[in-house]
Design a protein around this ligand. Structure first.
Ligand code: XBP
Ligand code: MG
Length: 245
């Protein structure tokens, strides 16, 4: 029996990456006097590396062969990431990053019907809270699994195992919403049924293990496109569709 809905954040609740995280990284680089600039295209290549600090480290290792690494590399990366997090929160404050279609409607229905809600994300905790405060309400989510709370980020299943343990539920009692291959590997690695709502950055990812692949959750007047999976004559994801999976 379905009891809980678990949501990834970036790319799933909102399209945060291209016009949010990416811009914030670039502002942090400029402030630190670095001439790094992550274009939309380059960012797509860096995105599979989950976690902002991990993404910076990967970029340094694979794209900046000329850069002389500072002695205290971890501190340097942590400082850059802290600055990025401030810029990201500024972007949210200005209201530039709306929820994806159907997210608020589905969460409202789940709350009305007393389903439990949780978050499982690689993003840092302050970043996650900032988005939830701006768009929904962090208090609606019984468990917020974020960032460095687990040793290994997605595609490792750690964050989903953490959320399951905190909810004290079996995987069969939950459904997950993800947008990326790394996220899907993490959720299915924890045996969780997963609906993928793909986006521009992730539409070519391998979603073979997904229960459904959609282009979004859809709205009554803005139907989703099902890319794989039986949805009958439905146009949008609601609780009855989740219960039928
Ligand atoms: C999200 C991420 C995060 C964000 C940046 O992945 O990979 O790294 O891009 O967030 P997912 P931080 O949607 O699979 O959780 O800079 O706060 O790490
Ligand atoms: Mg995501």
């Amino acid at each position: 029996m379905l009891k809980a809905l678990i949501f990834d954040v970036d790319g799933t609740l909102a399209e945060t990456e291209r016009d949010g995280h990416r811009i914030a990284f670039n502002r942090a680089f400029a402030t630190a006097g670095l001439d790094w600039n992550w274009s939309q295209e380059l960012y797509g290549k860096l995105l599979p590396v989950a976690g902002g600090k991990e993404r910076i480290r990967f970029y340094l290792n694979y794209y900046c062969s000329d850069f002389k690494k500072p002695d205290r590399l971890e501190e340097f990366i942590a400082d850059l990431h802290y600055s990025k997090t401030q810029y990201y929160q500024d972007l949210l404050r200005w209201g530039k990053i709306p929820l994806r279609p159907g997210v608020k409607r589905l969460i409202d229905e789940a709350r009305d019907r007393n389903f439990r809600l949780a978050i499982a994300t690689t993003s840092s905790y302050p970043t996650t809270i900032a988005l939830l405060e701006k768009t929904l309400d962090p208090a609606w989510f019984e468990v917020i699994g974020a960032g460095d709370i687990v040793p290994n980020k997605k595609p490792a299943p750690d964050i989903y195992l953490y959320v399951l343990e905190k909810l004290n539920l079996e995987p069969s009692e939950c459904v997950v919403f993800e947008d990326s291959e790394a996220g899907l590997s993490a959720s299915t690695g924890a045996n969780l049924k997963t609906i993928v709502t793909a986006n521009n950055y992730t539409k070519s990812h391998n979603f073979a293990k997904a229960t459904l692949i959609l282009n979004g959750l859809g709205e009554p007047d803005r139907p989703f496109l099902s890319l794989r999976g039986g949805v009958g004559d439905r146009n949008y994801v609601d609780i009855s569709l989740l219960e039928s999976l």
